[in-house]
Write a protein that binds this ligand. Structure first.
Ligand code: HEM
Length: 417
């Protein structure tokens, strides 16, 4: 039973992000919190931070750590392949080791290398969309957004096409265990997938020794076969856990952001028409969609040193959830924040995080999104092909992830047109 504190959606027991109504539409909750209790103590003794400036603080200040989240995660997940591999992920590291692992992989994400992918992104988007354009219908998530995201995450890492199917299946099984709220069955499936993924990657990495290209596996192998990074060797476990972390970071995120953007455009036909009339607004549309309905709604930290936010005192060991989805709708930061407006100028969102953990894949994600949008708006008269009330989201503590998004449009015989 939920008891209302005041007129608003938050029960007296505090916010529970797994509540079905919150999963379906978190934005009324965010507004209530922003107005009434911006640094909120929710259920499970977890702090929820909503204001733009506070979210930026939590995501970038080193008093909010990730290594102490790992201690809690390892206890929850128990023994097995998940724990053995993911104890080395950069997601669960603080400095100095976070900086070391980040510098191990950052050459792969160099802006020049990302921009050089543009012709390949054009090619893959056209290859995926051409048969769908002829058909006049698609399920955006599985027919288009997921294969697009998977292709580029694998391309970047150096996983051959023959591995794509396995990677997709294993990463979908592992994802709930990194989402911090897995069920027992999800932990069992995650351990099995982690075992299989690890065997595959160990063989792939070994086969690439002495055969270096520009991809992530090569960059890591060069460090592993040379002096390591910051005077420390790079282990096989670190390489495997880094690959799996990059798959997790770059796969569902782009899938969800493409799908959320299509839904926002369908729900706002004036903005869809405007983008069709003025395709030069595509970059603005990407930024607005990241703000309006971000694929990543939150990230978690643990307080490593007592800290005050607003008038709230957070103690060492407390959990803190930075609600980026709320920060992106903070009326102190954005005029009329609930309006999806692709003419909004200079939008700076929290969707890629902040500070030393700022998303390494932000350039790639933006290129994929803008190319996808540039082509999708050439499909005329796009509509949702299911009733609005059937729209639903995967249960998640951090992602905003549509279960499916079927659409119809006028078939286009010659595509791209
Ligand atoms: C729309 C798509 C994306 C969104 C919204 C997104 C969001 C984020 C956010 C919020 C963080 C910071 C997490 C934290 O502070 O705890 C992050 C980190 C990261 N992202 Fe992304 N991301 C996206 C796409 C990608 C892609 C395509 C890749 C790679 C192929 C990628 C790779 C990474 C990596 C490696 C990190 C860890 C950085 C670090 O810890 O230093 N992301 N991302």
């Amino acid at each position: 039973m939920t008891i209302q504190l005041t007129a608003g959606p938050i029960p007296s027991a505090g916010l529970d992000p797994l509540e079905p109504a919150f999963q379906l539409d978190p934005y009324p909750y965010y507004h209530w919190l922003l107005r009434n209790d911006p640094v909120h103590l929710g259920n499970e003794e977890t702090w929820y931070v909503t204001r733009f400036a506070d979210v930026r603080l939590v995501m970038s200040d080193q008093r909010f750590g990730c290594a102490s989240v790992r201690d809690w995660w390892e206890e929850m997940i128990g023994p097995g392949a998940l724990k053995d591999i993911m104890r080395d992920t950069m997601f669960f590291e603080d400095n100095p080791n976070h900086a070391r692992l980040r510098s191990l992989i950052s050459p792969t994400f160099a802006p020049s290398r990302m921009r050089a992918l543009q012709p390949k992104i054009d090619e893959v988007v056209d290859e995926l969309l051409t048969p769908l354009a002829h058909r006049g219908e698609m399920e955006v998530v599985s027919d288009f957004a997921a294969p697009l995201a998977l292709t580029f995450v694998c391309e970047l890492i150096g996983i051959p096409r023959s591995g794509y199917e396995g990677v997709r299946k294993w990463s979908l099984d592992i994802a709930p265990t990194l989402d911090l709220i897995p069920s027992d069955e999800e932990i069992v499936a995650g351990n099995a997938a982690m075992g299989a993924f690890t065997d595959y990657l160990r063989e792939l990495i070994d086969s690439r020794r002495g055969d270096h290209g520009p991809d992530l596996i090569s960059v890591m192998l060069e460090a592993a076969e040379g002096d390591g990074v910051d005077g420390r060797p790079v282990t096989m476990n670190e390489m495997i856990s880094t690959v799996i972390s990059v798959v997790f970071a770059g796969h569902d995120t782009v899938t969800n952001q493409v799908s959320n953007t299509v839904l926002a455009l369908i729900r706002n036909p004036d903005q869809m028409a405007l983008l069709r009339r003025r395709p030069e607004l595509v970059d603005n549309t990407v930024e607005e969609s990241l703000r309006f309905d971000s694929a990543v709604q939150s990230n978690s930290r643990r307080v490593d040193e007592d800290v005050t936010i607003g008038d709230r005192q957070l103690r060492k060991g407390d959990f803190v959830v930075a609600l980026m989805g709320a920060a992106n709708r903070d009326p102190e930061k954005f005029d009329d924040p609930d309006r999806f407006d692709i003419t909004r100028e200079g939008t700076k969102t929290m969707s890629f995080g902040a500070g030393m953990r700022y998303c390494l894949g932000a350039i790639l994600a933006r290129l994929e999104l803008r190319t996808a949008l540039d082509r999708l708006i050439r499909l005329p008269d796009m509509h949702l092909a299911m009733p609005e009330e059937e729209i639903s989201y995967q249960r998640s503590s951090m992602f905003r992830s549509l279960v499916k998004l079927p659409v119809t449009f006028d078939p286009v015989p010659t595509f791209p047109n």
